[in-house]
Design a protein around this ligand. Structure first.
Ligand SMILES: C=CC1=C(C)c2cc3[nH]c(cc4nc(cc5[nH]c(cc1n2)c(C)c5CCC(=O)O)C(CCC(=O)O)=C4C)c(C)c3C=C
Ligand SMILES: [Fe+2]
Ligand SMILES: [Fe+2]
Length: 342
């Protein structure tokens, strides 16, 4: 009888805050053609010729502000999720990172060494993006075919539209919302617009009204729609009027046009429109990381307050909350049962 295991995948962090380690991490990350999707030569010119000349030192300083005694918050939290999930299931649970260590290969190997031949692989991203879900699946398949051809892998699909997830997110936000606030800002990681056009098999998304529609042929691969839709579902459950809700996209890199509106512009302009008391949540991330703990909680807060804002409440990610671990368990359970159907 086949032995089954679970592999949780997150993005990954540098091994330390040393500039050389950050450089190595950024090189692997940004040389991924699903992240910077130019032809190799142009990607190398941009990444190795320009970005990696200055960014590693700047990013290393940022990482130092969030690093803990146990390491990068993203890795520490992913390990806590693994440990808690392991207590709820009777099959092995391992973790793997798309970039740096522990790698996806290490994660699969750890399971294979325990005799596992069927793996449920869970990319910890609620919404689909070429630079997240797709690159994880592609990398895992490459490793499986090359090193572990006898292993079967079932992939958990994006879960932004699953009630069990949006219920969990809603409850988590409800508990952390301040008594009084003028608006709740949903800030999602951005992606270049080109990525969305590129991965739309129907070629019908126009990056406009269609992303807001309940149904449209392009939605299964439209990150922008999936972010808006996550928000719609959560605010409905929270009972918040649309007038009190803002959506924007953070963490731009480079000169391409990324999906709008941008979080940095939003934080600078909303105090002038009367929004002085802000709550902010980042639902593209299931675990707190550099982009939430530094870019939003420190830089974003500073820019909002300097622009006339008065109160800024950052609502933490689901991290290792028990209700979220239970959602992970149920989603894995569903996928484990799929092995019998294929
Ligand atoms: C949540 C989903 C994410 C998407 C979509 C995404 C796309 C994307 N990111 C970059 C560039 C960078 N991202 C960086 C950090 C980072 N990104 C995500 C998640 C998504 N990225 C996370 C969870 C993190 C934090 C990692 C951590 O260690 O805490 C960074 C590195 C940090 C920095 O130098 O600022 C870069 C660079 C691109 C170009 C992109 C889509 C094309
Ligand atoms: Fe769309
Ligand atoms: Fe990113």
């Amino acid at each position: 009888m086949a032995k089954k295991g679970i592999l949780l995948i997150n993005l990954g962090s540098p091994r330390s805050t040393a500039v050389e380690d950050v450089k190595e991490y950024l090189d692997e990350f940004l040389m991924d053609e699903k992240v910077i999707d130019y032809r190799w030569i142009f990607r190398a010119l941009l990444v190795r010729g320009i970005i990696l000349k200055t960014r590693p030192a700047k990013s290393a300083e940022a990482y130092k502000t969030v690093w803990t005694d146990e390491g990068s918050p993203l890795i520490v939290i992913t390990k806590k999720i693994q440990q808690k999930l392991q207590k709820l299931v009777d099959i092995p649970v391992e973790i793997g990172m798309r970039y740096a260590e522990p790698s996806i290969e290490t994660g699969i190997r750890n399971l294979v060494e325990k005799g596992i031949t069927e793996i449920v692989l869970f990319p910890l991203y609620p919404q689909y993006a070429m630079s997240t879900t797709e690159t994880v699946i592609e990398k895992a398949e490459e490793i499986r075919k090359k090193i572990f051809p006898h292993v079967k892998i079932n992939y958990i699909q994006p879960f932004y539209n699953r009630d069990l997830y949006t219920d969990c997110l809603t409850e988590s936000i409800r508990e952390k919302l301040p008594q009084d606030f003028d608006a709740l800002l949903f800030s999602y990681h951005g992606v270049p617009e080109r990525h969305i056009y590129k991965t739309d098999p129907t070629k019908t998304c126009n990056m406009n009204d269609c992303c807001h529609k309940d149904t449209h042929p392009s939605h299964s691969f439209c990150y922008r729609h999936q972010c808006f839709n996550t928000t719609e579902r959560v605010i409905k459950k929270l009972g918040l009027p649309k007038g009190k809700v803002i959506v924007s996209f953070q963490s731009r890199l480079g000169k391409d046009k990324w999906i709008e509106p941008y979080t940095d512009h939003t934080l600078e302009t909303i105090p002038g429109k009367g929004i002085k008391n802000l709550a902010i949540v980042c639902p593209a991330f299931v675990s707190d990381c550099l982009e939430t703990l530094e870019e939003i909680s420190v830089e974003g807060k500073e820019s909002f307050l300097e622009s006339g804002g008065e109160n800024f409440t950052y609502i933490s990610c689901l991290n290792d909350e028990d209700r979220w671990i239970e959602v992970i368990r149920v989603l894995c359970e569903e996928q484990l049962n799929q092995f019998y159907l294929v």
